[in-house]
Write a protein that binds this ligand. Sequence first.
Ligand code: UDP
Length: 309
Amino acid sequence: MKTAVITGGAGFIGSHLCDYFLGRDIHVICIDNLITGSMDNIKHIKSKKFDFIKHDISKRMEVKGPVDYVLDFACPASPVDYNLYPIQTAKVGSLGTHNCLGLALAKKARILVASTSEIYGDPEVHPQKESYWGNVNPIGPRSCYDEAKRFTEAITMAYHRAHKIDTKIVRIFNTYGERMRINDGRVVPNFIYQALNGQDLTVYGNGRQTRSFCYVSDLVRGIYALLLSDYNLPVNLGNPDERTILEFAKEIIKATGAKSKIVYKPLPADDPKQRKPDITLASKLLKWEPDVPLKTGLARTIRYFQSKQ
Ligand code: UDP
């Protein structure tokens, strides 16, 4: 039986990865310090092939026994969270990833690190291809995340080149689904919470900024395919179905049947104006494309948030 270490395994994407790997009969060691992750996300797991370790991966990590795969998914992932935890965010993408790479080297394991569309910053190229180097403010409020993730990629390539370890880098675009935290401040939980509670939806700026939302099961399937591939350079995974945030707010109002109106609030600093993945590489390399339409994914996500009310 293979063993996977999944850091951030009690988080939103991490917990879905735990389920996916257990479903493939892979022993999972989940490591999380629970600052933004939650035991609630993994409490349904009864498998004997599952171990949980509460640990901050920015500090030295000890894992007993053989490890085949390391998946580095520990990191606050919402602009609100990385403003609350700027130092932890900067450390987990740098020291945390360094520790994961050290673990992979020691165990002769394959490692996949989570990067992000944020490495493209406020992109001047649209849609974003892997070959674009980005437009990031190195000292802005999002920089603790953006620059740490750029470092994640840099040190991963350094380990790949210096130690010849088998590394994968996934650039994750906006992802949504069950187990997002209702108060994590991101647009999907904010709008759904507001709609379900009869509040007005808070659109930041004029709402003309765009995002493209990928349902979590599509993403997890792509991550697994990338892990098993022999490609070592970064790969975008996301849904290219782009819309403005204003359009998105209207979709949530429709999908929930809410009577909410839209109110406008100031746009946060450095909020990217447009974002849409070019997934040509993933579709050629991994034969991967997202197949859950926004309507279906939103219906599932809304049901989840309703059950948590
Ligand atoms: N946003 C919004 N209202 C909210 C939360 C977010 O209009 O209540 C906007 C935000 O300004 C951004 C987009 O929605 O343009 C996506 O924000 P999110 O925090 O989900 O993630 P980002 O893609 O910015 O990392």
